[in-house]
Design a protein around this ligand. Structure first.
Ligand code: 1CP
Length: 344
């Protein structure tokens, strides 16, 4: 039977008259109701691990906007925490983790089989959502890609150039590769459990893929994602996967075939016309409005939104931003984007 949900139809390769739409970080600090629920939870991590409140914040943007998908509310750094890393968030700055700089640090990680003890509340959130979402809304689960997650585990925080991870790759490749392998295996188990709990699509975020070049891109971005996609499809035949190798540039070309992903999400460093010509020829693409339009709005937002819809109308396309919406965004601009995509 053909899929009824628009996101699943686009992921199956169908060209639709109007692209389905959702938004990275659609549950987040630009929404006052999100901030209120987070305050109730106490802090960000308590919110992630509280299944009832995480369900609530996942649903909040769906009450305001007619999005075609919901994305599980969680974070890519929960997997490192489940593997035994210390994790906390510094208000106004971002995540902090215990660091892995050598073999001893790697050896302190827990076995992959033990991650579910920590991550069970996340699976419960997925089960809640699978039962509560409107029937035309697709439920997306997600994880970070091994490289991006490794950059945080090695440096202990976000870094502008992922320098510490590149240094470990160069100075102790055996430990670096052991970490990538463990994260690849952990990500397979984590996403597989999300699918068992009811996720209909999974997305792999490789936010820092752009700092990997040439052979390193092949080994540490493409290869782990390919292994994850292959094993998920082996365990869950037909499960669609979206891969987001952010800032891959020319390496977006051929990424569908090389990774096995059904959809490649693109950032806003590439133009939609270039994407149509070089990437969408291989399958579904997702993207790529600059998220600053959610702050500035107006005619520029409308013009750029129309441009993206027009450029990508000849093939399967899921409309989205090029990266997550920011806390300073105006919720009214989200509605303007949706109205414009749907014919405004
Ligand atoms: O203060 C707060 O409320 C926390 C802000 C926040 C939110 C809303 C963080 C901290 N994470 C999240 C949720 C989140 N993170 C989701 C939920 C679903 C949705 O999209 O609505 C998702 C998919 C993520 C993924 C994520 N976390 C990524 C990959 C995507 C991307 O944006 O590149 C990354 C790199 C993270 C790490 C992270 N978590 C939070 C922050 C501030 C960061 C970035 C740190 C840095 O700048 O390096």
């Amino acid at each position: 039977m053909p899929h009824q949900k628009t996101i699943l139809r686009a992921l199956a390769g169908e060209t639709l008259p109007t692209p389905p739409i959702w938004m990275m970080r659609q549950a987040g600090r630009y929404l006052p109701e999100y901030k209120a629920t987070r305050a109730k939870a106490g802090d960000f991590l308590s919110l992630c691990y509280n299944s009832d409140l995480a369900t609530e914040v996942t649903l909040q943007p769906l009450r305001r906007y007619d999005f075609d998908a919901a994305i599980l509310f969680a974070d890519i750094l929960l997997l490192p925490q489940a593997l035994g890393a210390d994790l906390w968030f510094v208000t106004g700055e971002g995540p902090r983790l215990s660091t892995i700089t050598d073999r001893a640090g790697f050896d302190r990680l827990k076995p992959v089989a033990e991650i579910h003890e920590t991550l069970n509340p996340i699976y419960q959130t997925v089960r809640n959502l699978a039962g509560e979402l409107p029937k035309d809304v697709t439920l997306i689960g997600f994880a970070g890609a091994p490289w991006t997650v490794a950059t945080y585990m090695i440096a202990g925080q976000g870094t502008p150039d992922q320098g510490p991870a590149h240094a470990l790759m160069r100075d102790d490749p055996a430990v670096f590769e052991a970490l990538i392998d463990t994260l690849t295996e952990g990500t397979i188990e984590y996403l597989s459990a999300q699918i068992d709990a009811g996720a209909e699509v999974v997305k792999i975020f490789d936010s820092w893929a752009g700092s990997l070049k040439a052979e390193a891109f092949d080994r540490y971005c493409v290869a782990p994602i390919r292994r994850i996609v292959a094993e998920l499809k082996n365990r869950h035949p037909g499960i669609p996967v979206i891969a987001f190798p952010r800032q891959a540039g020319d390496a977006y070309i051929g990424f569908h075939a090389r990774s096995g992903a059904d959809c490649v999400a693109v950032d806003d460093f590439v133009t939609p016309e270039w994407v149509a010509e070089n990437v969408q020829t291989d399958g579904c693409v997702q993207g790529n409005l600059r998220s600053s339009h959610m702050v500035t709005g107006g005619d520029d937002l409308v013009r750029e939104t129309r441009r993206i819809v027009e450029a990508l109308k000849g093939g399967p396309h899921i409309f989205n931003l090029g990266h997550g919406i920011t806390p300073d965004a105006d919720p009214d601009n989200v509605q303007l984007m949706i109205d414009t995509v749907r014919g405004g």
